[in-house]
Design a protein around this ligand. Sequence first.
Ligand SMILES: C[C@H](N)C(=O)N[C@H](CCC(=O)O)C(=O)O
Ligand SMILES: [Mg+2]
Length: 362
Amino acid sequence: MIIRDIQVGEISLPLARPFKTALRTVEHVDDIVVRVVADTGEVGYGEAPPTAVITGDTKGSVACAIREFIRPNLIGMDVEDLDGIMKRLHSCILKNTSAKAAVDMAIYDLWAKRWGAPLYKLLGGARTSFRTDITISVNPIDEMVADALDAVSRGYDILKIKVGKDGTGDVERIAAIREAVGPDVQLRVDANQGWTPKQSVAIISAMEDRNLNIELVEQPVKAHDIAGMQFVTSRVYTPILADESVFSPADAIDIIQKGAADLINIKLMKTGGIHQALKICDVAELYGVECMIGCMLESKLSVSAAAHLCCGRSVITKADLDGPSLCSVDPFTGGPVFEEALVTMSEAPGVGLSAIPCEHWS
Ligand SMILES: C[C@H](N)C(=O)N[C@H](CCC(=O)O)C(=O)O
Ligand SMILES: [Mg+2]
């Protein structure tokens, strides 16, 4: 199965509600999509969201990296030579992890189709379904409480609550949500780098003192502030999860060896795809650290690739794959079934999606 072409397109899907974090507000999934065409006529699909404030990638940079660097390096390669393809993909251009992720997942889609198996089975086959959380955007308290109750009424039992925009109100936000949803709903908190190290310790300690029973706190401080992450992790009981601080397997080793986090959030858009994400899984497993699989504002296309990774590897014990549920429409056919909190794998070969809503490929 030889790679004949790598084509780029765009998709735009409205979100059901504006998505608000300490870093940004977004109303649409506006992503680059990729299709890798093989000589057999088989096609593999991928997607890259331009999350400039986290990965540094824009739509223009993703399209340019694929067209001018990745495409000329991969055309003519045999999909069976997965290792060789991945070496070229990751050496033909530095960084540009979202562009690499889109192409990587399209190649894995084709590779699994080549072997006639659903991708998750070839990645390890640890499970066939899992539950994801859903994100509650940072807003005035009443709105967040209403959103949390709405999510629970739709069957979500894990909520990921965005905070970090104004540290002073965050304990009250979480307390109000806990009171509204009761003790049985799991609450995880994501500050998206919005607190200082000292503020983090104060806020998390206050949540502990009030018995708010928080499962974990994600990325309390700036991504580059590993000493700050370590400061927080060593001073609170609540587990700390590194998100923006970990892109690569080397980042994961550094964070774990320094005791700067208890858990790692793997996102394909940070690692540059499944190939590197698997290395983080291996590192984490060696050190006995559990992982979350997360997503950016992505459609069902790329979130499905992440779902396959989640079902492949048992070290991934938590999922934040709510991208498809945050969109107001689902124009895709095939692939894993996203029924609110429950995600169930399909047995179709590859990632499983068969129709992509993009009219212009080039
Ligand atoms: C969408 C997902 N639940 C999420 O919250 N991801 C964010 C980053 C999303 C973005 O800004 O595109 C995170 O975990 O930090
Ligand atoms: Mg996060």
